[in-house]
Design a protein around this ligand. Structure first.
Ligand code: NAD
Length: 520
């Protein structure tokens, strides 16, 4: 039967973790600045990945609710677009301060629903907050261009909002990725419909509450829920002009194709298989620590996780030391003191990861460190996979070809830097890659020749700060990477360019004949 909705229907704020654990409540939609309980007939049960206890039910919002959300955003748009940019900036200042003040609360919601450690969840919030903070400079970021192109004639080019835009988010960064969209889309004058991941919408709900407190008018930010049905509604609703998607390739390629066919702008960041090339001349301790942290942190559920180690030349001799460091990581509930990584998102995900490990074994690889079957004492029912290292991997193996998205590091040996570069470039994904070396010229070769979006030189997870853009290449980004997230391309994505050419003659015209040729 349904969970208690009495609190949800009257609540003015989103419940705390404590309230939610003692008495789970259904997740509501957020429309017109109100938490509105859904009349859904289909619900998605959301379990704490560390215990598999029910935390909430997320509605498959009804068709009518989805229409109401779009109507609310459409109604809000004319006044919001004409709200002065300084007034929008003031609201953003408040929003930023509120996110910082609610940092722990947001992080706790992420740990409860998504499973990552509390310390790591704080990083999830911070990376999103930094996008919002950077967007506070919108008053100088959005200036246009002007040129006097002839006597008394000038052309000016400036940017206007699109209208209603939508964001479809993945489960792995419940705060950061909604915040790749909300601040930039709204600061530029759009109204946003956000569809968080149905697996962990809590952080987005808190952000919605904070946006209201910051002063965003009703309808500027609405949150609706659901899975594929809600996505199809967004794809086909003519009032929605643009879609921001972050997630896997299956959903993302479909969304890009159908959204584009419907005439919408689509930005879509997809899956990954990020390689780290380790050269014998590198700072060994630094490299080994960086790789272990980036392979297993967040249980490998980061799109920039370093999941593939390319050991150049004799660096393969370092494998035992690598395994020693991985073994030392503490796998535990995300709220536990000293936990290094938490559970994976779902039992299905655990099974998928375990099956991929088994496939590697079957296809001839070696399981150097086996994290299957691990269980922390206090959490026997969670979705646990401890750090796993697979060696003697070759590019034909399933574990190399598929994104594992779990705490599994696969290792390949190559003799030279050229082989390492060829391996990365032959992989169909192109999100990120890292190189560990002390040689400037080696790093420079790698940087020039490699076909990925983000490159780290002695940096394991080179996610760009918000003054830059999150870039991608090959299958890791739909549409060839034309519309990347945040930074200047982010501002451009959420705005339409307008170009005005005007003539203001200082004297009256004296000719009485019309000109019919193009001016030369
Ligand atoms: P996912 O693709 O399963 O889900 C993402 C969103 O798409 C969700 O909101 C979900 O409801 C929706 N969706 C899922 N299946 C759908 C379908 N068949 N039709 C329509 N909509 C559908 O991704 P996830 O498991 O939540 O996230 C993990 C994936 O996201 C990984 O592949 C990871 O690499 C990727 N990711 C990429 C980046 C990046 O910037 N490149 C960042 C984070 C995550």
């Amino acid at each position: 039967g349904p969970l208690a909705t009495a609190t949800a229907s009257t609540a003015t704020s989103y419940p705390t973790n404590h309230e939610r654990i003692s008495s789970p409540v259904d997740t509501a939609n957020f429309i017109d600045n109100q938490f509105i309980p859904s009349r859904a007939t289909t619900w998605i049960n959301l379990h704490d990945p560390a215990t598999n206890n029910l935390v909430t039910r997320v509605p498959q919002s009804t068709e009518e609710e989805l229409h109401v959300a779009v109507a609310s955003a459409q109604k809000a748009f004319p006044a919001w677009r004409t709200t002065s940019i300084i007034a929008r900036q003031q609201i953003l200042f408040k929003f930023v301060n509120l996110i910082r003040a609610n940092w722990d609360r947001l992080a706790a919601s992420i740990t409860l629903e998504q499973g990552k450690t509390f310390a790591d969840a704080k990083g999830d919030v911070l990376r999103g907050l930094q996008v919002a903070e950077t967007t506070c400079g919108i008053t100088t970021q959005l200036t246009g261009e002007i040129l006097e192109v002839a006597k008394d004639m000038e052309t000016r080019s400036y940017r206007e909002p699109l209208g209603v835009v939508a964001a479809i988010c993945p489960f792995n960064f419940p705060a950061m990725i909604p915040l790749w969209s909300i601040p930039i889309a709204t600061a530029t004058g759009n109204c946003v419909i956000l569809k968080p991941s149905e697996r962990d919408p809590g952080a987005a709900m808190i952000l919605a509450e904070l946006s209201r407190e910051a002063g965003f008018p009703p309808g500027v930010i609405n949150v609706i829920h659901g899975a594929a049905k809600t996505v199809d509604f967004i794809l086909d609703e003519p009032a929605i002009k643009a879609i921001s998607f972050v997630g896997g390739n299956r959903a993302g390629e479909y969304i890009f194709t159908r959204g584009s066919a419907n005439g919408k702008r689509v930005q879509a960041n997809l899956g990954a298989k990020n390689h780290a090339a380790v050269l014998p001349d590198c700072n060994k301790n630094h490299a080994l620590n960086a790789i272990v942290g980036a392979a297993f942190g967040a249980a490998g559920q980061r799109c920039m996780a370093l999941s593939t180690l390319v050991m150049v030349d004799r660096t393969k001799e370092w494998l035992p030391e690598l395994a020693e460091r991985a073994k030392k990581l503490n796998v535990n509930g995300g709220f536990e003191e000293g936990a290094d990584l938490g559970p994976v998102i779902s039992p299905q995900s655990r099974k998928r990861i375990e099956d991929l490990i088994a496939s590697a074994e079957k296809e001839g690889a070696t399981i150097l460190l086996d994290g299957r079957g691990y269980k922390p004492e206090k959490y026997p029912n969670g979705n646990w996979v401890a750090p796993t290292i697979i060696t003697n991997v070759t590019p034909e193996m399933t574990c190399y070809k598929e994104e594992i998205f779990g705490p599994v590091l696969i290792c390949l040996n190559v003799p030279t830097l050229d082989d390492a570069i060829a391996l990365v470039n032959n992989n169909e994904y192109g999100n990120g890659a890292a190189i560990f070396t002390r040689s400037g010229s080696t790093a420079s070769r790698f940087q020039k020749d490699i076909e990925v979006g983000q490159i780290g030189i002695n940096i394991p997870i080179p996610v760009p700060l918000p003054m830059f853009s999150f870039t991608g290449n090959k299958k890791s980004v739909a549409g060839g990477g034309a519309n990347t997230f945040y930074g200047k391309p982010g501002l451009q994505f959420y705005t339409q360019q307008k170009t005005v050419t005007s003539l203001w003659r200082s004297e009256d015209a004296t000719h009485s004949r019309a000109g019919v040729v193009m001016p030369t």
